[in-house]
Design a protein around this ligand. Structure first.
Ligand code: AVI
Length: 320
């Protein structure tokens, strides 16, 4: 590791803020290099994630959708109509939109770090559902955020599908959920999707698909980093690695150097040996019981839990 505090040799302009550059730099210079998974999602990353959701190996999206369509009426009864539905990591907003006819929200507040992608989706959605008041928030909600004043205070229902909660460590997840609970209002709640522990081969394949879409999704982060911090990552020098770590109950994604190389960016430089990795994402898997306990630690009370025949995925409504 060779941090160069005054390195200005990179010719590429950095498009990230000073804060973002400092955050990414710190991770790349750590003894075991890492990056936050939020940097997987530039515009192309969001599209690649959409493609992942269509893959035969990536069961979570499909399984969760089946749970929503099988138990939608029951969910509507438990959640109730007329809420402000706050969609965390909304992406193309398709999951929430499929629930509008059932949950009948009064307000819809999609939140996503990929601002341009989100705005495009919401503009189209508003035309289809003109009676729902929509406010798109293009921001990183992972470290907390303020809801605009006009979002009704009493019945805020946070919608967090897709098991994105798995991309936080369990202790980060508790902290994050505590923040949601504090903002949910007296009659508010949380409708959340959670991926469950299952056969390890099924888990491994879901994150290392035969077509290589997940590999492209992971590698695309390097292009995004080039843009954000003016780095000179050469994608062809890296490979995708993903596996289930049973001890930690999580899928780990890494990018592994195929050869010895040096990467430079605005304010830093690092040598990577062949086989050295950058840890890019964790995706924690839970049991139904362990997730209910986690919700409890965050101050939520599990009210209903729906699952599929194989118990691969769970959707939970928890009261604030
Ligand atoms: C967004 N998140 C829930 C996905 C997951 O399964 O952890 C991200 C992903 N990473 C690789 N494939 C999908």
């Amino acid at each position: 590791v060779s941090p160069l505090a005054n390195n200005t040799s990179s010719l590429r302009p950095a498009h990230g803020s000073a804060e973002v550059i400092a955050e990414i730099s710190a991770g790349l210079l750590a003894p075991s290099a890492y990056t936050s998974p939020k940097f997987l999602y530039d515009s192309l990353g969001s599209k690649l994630f959409e493609a992942i959701c269509e893959l035969p190996e990536y069961y979570p999206t499909r399984t969760e959708a089946r749970i929503f369509s099988s138990y939608g009426d029951d969910m509507a009864r438990v959640v109730g109509e007329g809420a402000a539905l706050i969609d965390l990591g909304a992406g193309n907003c398709a999951k929430a939109a499929a629930l509008f006819p059932i949950l009948k929200p009064a307000q819809y507040v999609p939140v996503d770090i990929s601002r341009d992608f989100l705005l495009g989706a919401v503009t189209q959605l508003q035309q289809r559902f003109p009676h729902i008041e929509m406010t798109a928030l293009g921001l990183d909600f992972s470290s907390g955020f303020e809801l605009p004043q006009h979002v009704q205070a009493g019945r805020r229902v946070f919608f967090y599908p897709g098991s994105s909660i798995g991309n936080f460590s369990p202790s980060q997840a508790v902290e994050f959920l505590r923040g949601l609970r504090a903002n949910a209002g007296a009659d508010g709640g949380l409708l959340i999707g959670v991926d469950l522990i299952k056969d390890h081969a099924v888990l491994d394949a879901a994150y290392d698909d035969a077509l290589g879409v997940t590999a492209a999704f992971n590698l695309n982060m390097l292009r995004h980093l080039n843009h954000l911090i003016g780095a000179d990552f050469d994608v062809s020098q890296w490979q995708h690695v993903a596996f289930f770590n049973a001890e930690e109950s999580r899928i780990e994604m890494h990018l592994e150097a195929r050869e010895p190389l040096t990467v430079s960016w605005q304010g830093g430089e690092r040598d990577f040996a062949r086989g050295e990795r950058i840890h890019t994402e964790d995706s924690y898997k839970y049991t139904r019981q362990s997730f209910a306990t986690l919700l409890e630690r965050a101050g939520f009370a599990t009210q209903s839990m729906w699952t599929d025949d194989k118990h691969w995925f769970a959707v939970i409504y928890a009261r604030a």
